[in-house]
Design a binder for this molecule. Sequence first.
Ligand code: DCP
Ligand code: MG
Length: 433
Amino acid sequence: MDECGDAGSTQEIPGILHLDMDAFFASVEVRDDPRLRGLPVVVGGAGARGVVAAASYPARTRGIRSAMPMASARRLAPDLVIVPPRIEHYRRISARVMELLGDVVADIEQISVDEAFLDVRGARRLFGAPEQIADLLRRRIREELGLPSSVGGSVSRAVAKIASARAKPDGLLIVPAARTAEFLAPLPVSVISGIGPKAQEALDRIGVRTIGQLREIPRSALARAVGPRAPEILALADGSDRTGLGHRTRDKSLGTERTWDEDLTDPAEVRRCITQMADDVARQLRRGDFVTRTVVLKLRAPDGTTITRSSTWDQPTSSGERLREQVVSLWERERSRMRRVRLVGVRASHLEPAAGTPVQSELTARAAGWQDLEAAMDRALERFGTHSLGRGSTLSAADGAQRGPADPVPDPAASSPGHPAEDGPHPRERGGR
Ligand code: DCP
Ligand code: MG
């Protein structure tokens, strides 16, 4: 393994992995016809206007790349092997790859046909450190599907993606938190997604070619070169970006609401309902690795009158207890004005990524205890479903219609790393070596 430095030198685990299949379409064709191994193989249209979709690594050593006109590829490699694409076949294999990843890691965000981000921080106890998990995933893809893949790992998704590209082909590169700046410094600014050709030119004009140089220039100069995305680009450039999986920074709020066919008239019932919703929202925050500063309570009367009331903290949180306390006190202030309720909603806004948030200064032992308990409840709920578990005061609510957590998450404990591949209808997908 290509290891970049000492992973033990910092507290933060480089647990965001980016896995990308190598020369995906071309590798599938080589696997299915081993005579093609070692040859310059491309997948794409062979006609006069054909374009290269995928190029094997031997083809790349000749300068052939994706999106290149086939005529140019032919000129670069007269012995080029051109294979017409079989998109459905690749799609099925892609689904198998994602399934295989899902057997080991619960938190996955597929971002294209052949790549995914994985948050393995939660899989550590079962499967080990990020590099061991990455090894396991690559080995299983190799053994069960006969295909090469590469993995990059970091504390940041942007850096993980850059690392996987540097690890190719058939490699692994984990960048420990403490080595992030050093890893990024010599790389060209173009590796940062968000720096397009125009921004690259503008930076080039002021003598900035590497990420290290980009970090040195004044913010005003960076803003002139790249526009309003400067802060975001700076965060990517210094590895401090902590966007969680499946969420973009644009998703600034999340919440849940419910309308009843019959009005709620019992204040105790409204209160039970909003505490459950606050728990649900807190769970969604923790699952997305977010914290919030603001909780919003929405109430609608039968005549359509709607009120929203919010409460903001100095320190962000994802604690269900804190959300509950706040929404209940908002409700207590409004209940005399809303004797009949048709709709209730609870929403968390001003979300921030949880990792990197300073530990709350007023965090008491009691609050810390609650957070541990809530994390344990999250895990149980993921395994057994929304209604299996609740705090004493919500168990009494026979509210089967309350929405549960967004999506069921596969449970890594439900499968073991050594389980045999199922016999599918496509035996050729089972590995050609
Ligand atoms: N693809 C395509 N047209 C492109 C780029 C890609 O049809 N312009 C298809 C073919 C690729 C697949 O998508 O095999 C995955 O794209 P990648 O960018 O991941 O490229 P590869 O997997 O081919 O190579 P690499 O090893 O660089 O990931
Ligand atoms: Mg790929």
